[in-house]
Ligand binder design. Structure first.
Ligand code: SAH
Ligand code: MG
Length: 215
């Protein structure tokens, strides 16, 4: 029953969204055919809205895939640039082509490589970070991203509910155990935290909207 309700809710929320343009439609078809993870439409819309509100100058994205979330943020930016990092070459190359088609090339600096290696080397400061790479590595990414996230900056983290497994810790396979427990600990650290304020929004696969305090 609950699943039916959740499904109806998701369909309803999606019915309220503006239609994707041709580039995004093609990207979603490609992603489905090639099993590439992409941001859910309702989360993509939220991401665009958060970007418009925050008006960041410098954005960092960890996990480009084929660039769907990148394009949603880039289109919401009036100035500045997104640095986005992807590990898989095939996805990175696809993303470059989609950035061209979407007309956002000038706003996007796409890097091929391992974010665990590259993020600690970044020298710039960022106003907004979208974290969407390996779900078992969020804590590791946060500890390196903290250095480069400006005070008052926004950290948006996708897939924090991990298909709901985090809620009751009932994951289908034993190999998912570490990731699920890590994610729970990742979310719990914000309960009492002087630096970060977090709201977990149960949209899509769960989005954490986190703000770094000013002092
Ligand atoms: N943000 C994209 C989806 C990203 S899916 C969108 O919403 O459209 C997660 C991506 O992170 C995958 O393509 C995966 O290859 C990449 N990834 C995983 N670990 C990574 C790492 N250590 N460094 C860079 N990218 C990584
Ligand atoms: Mg995601």
């Amino acid at each position: 029953m609950k699943d039916v309700l959740d499904f109806d809710l998701q369909l309803f929320l999606r019915s309220l969204l503006p239609a994707d343009d041709e580039v995004l439609q093609n990207m979603r078809s490609y992603a489905e055919a090639h099993h590439v993870p992409v941001v859910d439409p309702e989360v993509a819309n939220l991401l665009g809205l958060l970007t418009r509100i925050a008006q960041p100058e410098q954005v960092l994205e960890i996990g480009t895939a084929i660039g769907c979330s990148t394009i949603c943020m880039a289109r919401a930016m009036q100035r500045g640039c997104i640095t986005t990092i992807e590990l898989q070459e095939e996805r990175h190359i696809r993303a470059l082509e989609y950035f061209r088609q979407a007309g956002v090339t000038e706003r996007v600096h796409a890097i091929l490589g391992d974010a665990r290696v590259l993020v600690p080397q970044l020298e710039q400061q960022y106003d907004m970070i979208f974290m969407d790479a390996a779900k078992g590595q969020y804590q590791e990414f946060l500890s390196v991203a903290d250095r480069i996230l400006n005070q008052g900056g926004l950290l948006v983290v996708d897939n924090v509910l991990l298909n709901g497994w985090v809620v009751n810790l009932n994951y289908p396979r034993h190999r998912q155990k570490t990731m699920v427990y890590r994610m729970k600990a990742f979310l719990e650290q914000f309960k009492e935290n002087n630096i970060y304020q977090c709201s977990v929004v149960p949209l899509g696969d769960g989005v954490a909207i986190i703000r770094k305090s000013e002092a």
